[in-house]
Design a protein around this ligand. Sequence first.
Ligand code: AMP
Ligand code: GLY
Length: 430
Amino acid sequence: MRILLIGSGGREHALAWKISQSPLVNKLFIAPGNGGTALCGENVPIKDNDLTGLVKFAIEQKIDLAVPGPELPLVLGICDMMEKAGIPCFGPSKYAAQLEGSKIFAKEVMRDAGVPTADFEIFDNAAGAKDYIRAKGLPLVIKADGLAAGKGVVVARTEEEAFQAVEQMLNQKLFGEAGNRIVIEETLVGEEASFLAFCAGEEVLPLPSAQDHKPVFDNDSGPNTGGMGAYSPAPVLPDSEIPGVIDMVMRPVLRVMAERGHPFKGILYAGLMMTENGPKVLEFNTRFGDPECQPLLMRLDADLVPIMLSCAKGSLRGLELPLSPLTALCVVAAAKGYPGDYPKGMEIGGIEEAEALAEPGRIKVFQAGTKAEGGKSVSSGGRILGITALAEGLEEAKALAYKAVSQIRMENMHCRSDIGDKGIRRLRGN
Ligand code: AMP
Ligand code: GLY
């Protein structure tokens, strides 16, 4: 098979690493890829939002399966365009990708489907939004409707913060059209979990739970990032509770999408808040999470390619997901300053030494914002590496991942030191 993977992050290196292990694959292209994906296949310089360029390339290269990693091409409609050209595409249609691309769309589907989520109202003018904020009282969460590169959500603790968010989104157009409408919702309290499943029509093939770490500094402080680390399984969402989440969240949403004549296929990712009253959905994504993908794929003891191909064709019948019982934990190495301004071009060393610390398959350094330059590997983005380890339990996986981190040589490197700690505390019962 000939596969075209789209994207350039750590998630795409993990996908490329897994896809390239498949005996079914004889050619893997990554558009545009990064320094890590170049080790698994051939990078091609086409951007993830150049849909026409991607489809043209896929036709020319007789691609058998297209795999978009990030949300942007999905929301722009890459699957519809690939499929029109006769190329199976692992992901939802443009319509179904609105579950991620429009928070209002997602909220309305959840309301139709009876899925537990925060109470909410929708606004398109600042005066109405401010009246609502005054009447409700704080804290409240203000969300831009459309894609905002992870920056469109403000958890407002004071009226001033809430009003500022409303002004920035609706009047100052900080997120452009993505902020033409906003959602204001109640603040949920609890620990977060990421639950991802392969879905096709009304069929669900669940992955095990994971947990992301969005804030940039230890103890969940500082601004939100794309994710500073992740691990799987997450004790806050044990395997025993997954059937309940499938029945309460995934199946009802899939049913509503099918009833609307737009059956969902691809990865449905529910960002959950595990509240006192059970899990509630914070958001949907319609793709693998980054960095959740890295630990999840480390645990997957199966060939990913037939699963994605069958899912792309609309069925999961007869498929299984054999998983390692071990725990996987990924620590992101970022550039100091990220998610604000940060330096680039730092030389990266120690990847091979890190991977050699344990038996093969136990440590993998996934690359995100990296590129090869003059025979060296240098940083080119905010999140640079995802150092991932597989071990007997969460404490062991954390210890092994940080041992591998200590082998990495790079200036201006920042990692959180507490990836996995919430899970470790929960397992210890405190
Ligand atoms: P989202 O993109 O909707 O997942 O929001 C990004 C982050 O904002 C989430 O991971 C949560 O940490 C936080 N968040 C979003 N919605 C809520 C809510 N209703 N209550 C509390 N925190 C929230
Ligand atoms: N790690 C969160 C996301 O991929 O959206």
